[in-house]
Design a protein around this ligand. Structure first.
Ligand code: ADP
Length: 478
């Protein structure tokens, strides 16, 4: 079976969040199940120089925003189809935003072009390559199933995966013509969302299947609280919606074989973890003689992640004898807030503002627990890395966090099943209470280590999720 993935990010080539991890790891997991998955990705400029020379396999003159060509190249075990359209993608700064943090003004053209190229490839634009299923990811690829349906073809079949429904690709109706979309599809049963064009709504209406990245989030987005305005659309297509939990790349994230660590370790030799705490503490200027646990955060610093509430709980965390290490970038006021917290609690709180993949491994290895107080979390990956590294996740009960962490309640502790701490109330008080529970558990090292071992046993690979996607594809193709 052949699957064409269409996405705007793919690790390790280009990443701003969990979407990239998924698109980068799923093709390899599917290859083990005899599925040939290729990834259509924009050729962002930093990408090309690091890749082998590719082969041009298609050319399009009339994509939104001008011409583009498709270059096929294999790297890091992934078969890439790169959309080379320099007028759209060859620019400095972020892949979605300019140097001032504003969305590129032509994002509709950039990702409209990506989507249209996806649809053309789906319909046979590359000689000798006919995918059976097109798997689009997030709003940036969401017009692919729309263009396929516009072409009047019912093969291949299409799937949209929602990685975060907060990002919908919403633009004024004036862009319809530039995107070559049918104006008679612009109504509430089609592409229109409150007077605007919504890329994601298009995919929700015109894909054969809709998935999201955890079973709990699949249920949550059917409600007004989590659906971000699209819950009604989703309820109308609920029979086609399901949740498939993300896995992680267990080769890239393996504490027994991770070159970025001060010392490798595994569930049998947890002692090695201590050397990583020392290394991380020295790197960040944290006191190394603390008796309490070291909590970490590795995250985009945004309201979604509940980190404003965590900031308010920092004095309590320090009072309880715990330490905090933060790695992240995002909203300026949160960046400043965590910088200020580090200044206020020298040696106990440290903040590293920036995006640093290697350092994120040392954060996971060197910390005792990872705090993820998200207000919503489609799946979340950092709790999975935490489980794998014996770094107990402390998570809000939402989305994929609820699906992957087993709370240290009495029953779970007795059954030796507990892998972390789950709490409900994302507020300074709620976080303070769960911090208390974690600090008390940490004081009982026998309990803590048994939880670490349970966490490290928890399955986090792509195996079962890749099988779930294979079943979905097989079901679709018939
Ligand atoms: P989201 O996709 O909402 O940002 P996820 O938990 O699904 O959240 O994925 C976040 C990914 O980005 C993880 O792989 C995490 O390790 C990584 N990440 C987030 N912030 C940073 C950072 N500042 N430095 C390095 N990696 C980061």
């Amino acid at each position: 079976m052949k699957v064409l993935m269409v996405a705007s990010e793919c690790a390790p080539f280009v990443k701003t969040g969990g979407l990239a991890d998924v698109v980068g790891a799923l093709p390899t997991a599917l290859a083990g199940l005899d599925i040939d998955a290729q990834v259509l990705l924009p050729a962002y400029p930093p990408l090309f120089p690091h890749l082998p020379k590719g082969e041009e396999v298609a050319r399009f003159d009339d994509l939104p925003g001008g011409p583009g060509r498709i270059v096929r190249v294999a790297a890091e075990g992934i078969k890439l189809l790169l959309l080379d359209a320099p007028q759209l993608f060859d620019r400095p700064d972020g892949i979605y935003i300019d140097g001032n943090g504003r969305d590129w003004s032509d994002n509709h053209l950039r990702f409209g072009a990506l989507s249209m190229a996806g649809a053309r490839i789906a319909m046979g634009a590359i000689d000798g390559y006919q995918p059976d299923v097109v798997h689009a990811h997030d709003w940036q690829a969401s017009l692919t199933p729309v263009y396929m349906r516009m072409a009047g073809r019912d093969t291949p079949r299409s799937i949209i995966t929602i990685h975060n429904i907060a990002f919908q690709g919403r633009f004024g109706p004036q862009v319809l013509g530039q995107l070559q979309l049918k104006t008679d599809w612009f109504h509430p049963e089609g592409l229109e969302f409150h007077g605007d064009l919504s890329f994601l709504k298009g995919a929700l209406m015109f894909s054969d299947r809709i998935t999201t990245v955890s079973p709990t989030y699949a249920r949550e987005i059917l409600t007004p609280e989590f659906g971000m305005g699209l819950d009604g659309v989703l309820r109308s297509r609920a029979g086609f919606l399901s949740g498939v939990l993300n896995g992680i790349d267990t080769d890239a994230w393996d504490p027994s074989d991770d070159a970025t660590l001060a010392q490798t370790y595994d569930a049998k030799s947890l002692k090695g973890k201590a050397a990583n705490r020392v290394a991380l503490s020295e790197r960040l200027g944290l006191d190394t003689n603390s008796d309490g646990p070291l909590f970490c955060v590795v995250s985009r610093l945004t309201g979604q992640k509940g980190l404003d509430a965590l900031l308010d709980a920092v004095p309590h965390l320090v009072e309880r004898g715990a330490q905090l290490a933060v790695l992240g970038t995002g909203q300026p006021e949160l960046e400043q807030g965590f910088r200020d917290a580090a200044m206020a609690h020298p040696g106990q709180v440290a903040t590293h503002i920036g995006y640093d993949e290697a350092l994120s491994h040392l954060f996971q290895a060197g910390s005792d627990a990872i705090l993820i107080p998200s207000r919503f979390e489609p799946c979340g990956l950092t709790q999975l890395y935490g489980l794998r590294y014996g770094t107990l996740p402390i998570v809000a009960r939402t989305g994929g966090l609820a699906d992957t962490v087993i709370d240290a309640n009495v029953a779970a502790i007795l059954a030796k099943a507990a892998t972390g701490f789950v709490f409900h109330d994302v507020s300074a008080t709620g976080i303070a209470l769960v911090i208390d529970r974690a600090v008390e558990a940490y004081a009982d090292q026998k309990l803590w280590q048994s939880m670490q071992r349970a966490a490290m046993r928890h399955p986090v690979s792509w195996d079962s999720s890749a099988q779930a996607y294979r079943d979905l594809y097989t079901d679709l193709v018939g």
